[in-house]
Design a protein around this ligand. Structure first.
Ligand SMILES: Nc1ncnc2c1ncn2[C@@H]1O[C@H](COP(=O)(O)OP(=O)(O)O)[C@@H](O)[C@H]1O
Ligand SMILES: [Mg+2]
Length: 261
């Protein structure tokens, strides 16, 4: 290859926005000369490197867009610590079948048992698999919907929130909602129903959702849709934070009775 051709190739790769291929071009050509690689192998290597870099950067971009409060990985979740979690159900969730089939996941349990960890871990897996994902806490969601309604932009906001393949709605029940807020919440649930997956987390049992949502009729309309294609993980265990504190030897109050076995 002539020096001119090499220079032109560098330039043209950049023009075509193949930045990684351009970066690895010289080392690839060197390797090709040393190992006497065929032309097709050189091309294959360049394109594969470009694609790998793009995939990594797309995952990073989509992870940022998902607005996770923290990043959590499923492989860091110690399932042995929560015997109430059905391993078969957990393994099924990890396959992301529920995302492909637009099923919901509802993670119930007291604080500290890993609901948010599992929700974010699943969403990070989903992003790796190429799905769009978004995290929002219930108070923020309600605030966003209220503001959108006030500004006459409710439809647009609902459309956007309905569009994510996986939406995490975290912490239902920490703050009770007003009737009107529950109605906004219902509209989002109705839009996502049978189209896209939502992971809900709550510290309240279903029987308490009427109280949380300020209206039994709206609560049952919401639950009806959520649970029609929904997988519930009821985590009846000890707080993981408590375990960490105990391991550190600090005094801690006895775990609250949560109906664990
Ligand atoms: N089984 C577990 N294995 C590893 N880390 C855990 C586990 N359960 C909880 N944690 C960690 O404990 C903390 C509290 O968990 P979190 O998911 O916020 O609980 P919740 O949302 O149920 O209140 C987080 O830092 C989380 O990563
Ligand atoms: Mg949480």
């Amino acid at each position: 290859m002539s020096h001119e051709a090499l220079e032109r190739l560098h330039e043209n790769l950049l023009r075509l926005k193949l930045g990684t291929a351009e970066e690895v071009l010289d080392s690839t050509l060197e390797m090709a000369a040393n190992k006497q690689l065929a032309t097709v192998d050189v091309l294959d290597h360049l394109i594969a490197e470009e694609l790998r870099a793009r995939r990594t950067s797309a995952i990073e971009t989509n992870t940022k867009l998902a607005h996770f409060p923290v990043r959590k990985r499923l492989e860091d979740f110690d399932i042995g610590f929560q015997p109430s979690i059905d391993k078969a159900v957990f393994d099924d969730l990890r396959t992301l079948r529920f995302v492909a089939e637009a099923e919901n996941v509802i993670l119930l349990g007291p604080p500290g048992v890993g609901k948010t960890h599992i929700a974010i871990g699943l969403a990070m897996e989903a992003i790796k698999a190429g799905y769009s994902a978004y995290y929002i806490s219930t108070p923020l969601l309600v605030e966003r919907l209220r503001t959108a309604e006030e500004r006459g932009k409710l439809d647009r906001t609902l459309k956007k929130l309905a569009s994510y393949r996986l939406l995490i709605i975290d912490e239902i029940g920490y703050l009770p909602l007003e009737r009107q807020e529950s109605h906004l919440f219902f509209q989002l649930v109705a839009r996502r129903y049978e189209k896209n997956s939502t992971v809900f987390t709550s510290n309240k049992a279903y029987s308490e959702w009427g109280e949380v949502l300020g209206d039994n009729v709206i609560a049952s309309a919401i639950l009806d849709r959520i649970l029609h294609h929904g997988i519930t993980l009821n985590i009846r265990g000890e707080s993981y934070r408590m375990k960490a504190r105990r391991a550190a030897g600090a005094a801690f109050p006895p775990p609250a009775r949560t109906g664990s076995r």
